[in-house]
Ligand binder design. Sequence first.
Ligand code: EPZ
Length: 433
Amino acid sequence: MHSVSMQGRQAPARRPLKKLAINGGYTLNGNIEISGSKNAALPMMAASILSDQDIVLHGIPDLADVRTMIILLESMGIEINKNHKDSLKFNASGVDSRFASYELVKTMRASIMVLGPLLAKYGEAKVSLPGGCAIGARPVDLHIEGLEKLGARIEIRDGYILASADRLIGSSYCFPKKSVTGTANILMAATLAEGQTEIVNAACEPEIVQLGELLNAMGAKIDGVGGDCIKIEGVENLVSAEIEIIPDRIEAITMIIAGIITQGELKIENIDPSHIERPIDLIRQCGAMLEISERSLFVKGPDQILPISFETEAYPGIPTDIQAQLMVLNSIANGDSKITETIFENRFMHVLELKRMGANISIDGSTAKISGVSRLNSAPVMATDLRASAALILAGLIAKGETVIDRIYHLDRGYESLEKKLSNIGAKVRRID
Ligand code: EPZ
């Protein structure tokens, strides 16, 4: 597998080291800079398909998932160039393929977000079904239902979505349940559909809001993004635009938790506090001191962590992507807590690994009950998905002894050089083969 440099050209494959070793018990102190949001970058990279002019994204995080999306878009004939440090310029005027292979889509489900743009701009697309992943079946039936509502003819054959449409026709589609990438797909498709589209029960995540901002900067006519009902007036074509990618709110919360559980003092920079209001309110209940500024946050861990019970919800509720990390905080809290996962059907894979490290957790359906223990112990553990791997790193930071985490490629999908950032503030973490 070739790794793709940020220049977009194929660099010689660089075999990533497989494991992380962490010596626990060190307090984290200092400043840490949050990277651009993976889940904002990926849909906006797909949105470049919709225009024949230059789309420039600033603040692109250097992640495996971003490199996969670069490979996918280049395979369709999109020209991608590094503008400067962390900016990429996309130009889709030379697209000569509307095909997204299983090889690429299976490594990153977000590839499904090229479906709507390809269909809207070229009237055809052949995109592999993503298949499931560790945290759940992850179907894309709502993406398909929404596009069919816009007039697409869609057939599933040999694991592929075969979609075609002379021209998409605006319509009203109500999501039976909120879907982030589902909303992104229909929103992008609707920008070039004929007439007006209404998306009801749309996802409200900040990443969707920024996608809407980029599309409007490209000449789309979108109202209501960020609310439950988005209205789109189709246009003939979209033009050039550029945007600065919002900070990664999930990385920000992950770092806040790292500061708290190691009883450190961290200044976390490049955040948008308005994207993490509910998580901050919840985390304050554990006794941590959090001082919010316009683009940064200071966190000081309490001597004694109080347990915080919650259930995951769609935005603006507590994001499912921080559930595993908050479970680590609860695992050493002074008391009992309950966490209910309402978004994915199998997002407790990290529980078994945390129990191996001495956490006292029992699962009852979609609820995990945690009784805090005084300390976790190091153990060889295995990452199962992106956010679970972050949780295991947090656990390793506080466990007695050296924790070795296997299958760390999960981490590289969504966190930009996390071990370097943590080492810079006092963590003893290194990659090993
Ligand atoms: C996005 O995934 C994020 N990924 C996920 O982040 C995040 O956990 C998730 O939203 C929920 O917030 C990206 O943005 C790239 P959904 P997505 O569609 O869009 C069901 C990470 O760690 N559903 O909002 O795939 C689905 O099974 C990743 O960065 C259908 O049934 O999630 C789930 O139960 C992990 N049919 C629920 O809806 C569909 O067609 C919400 O899923 C689509 C979804």
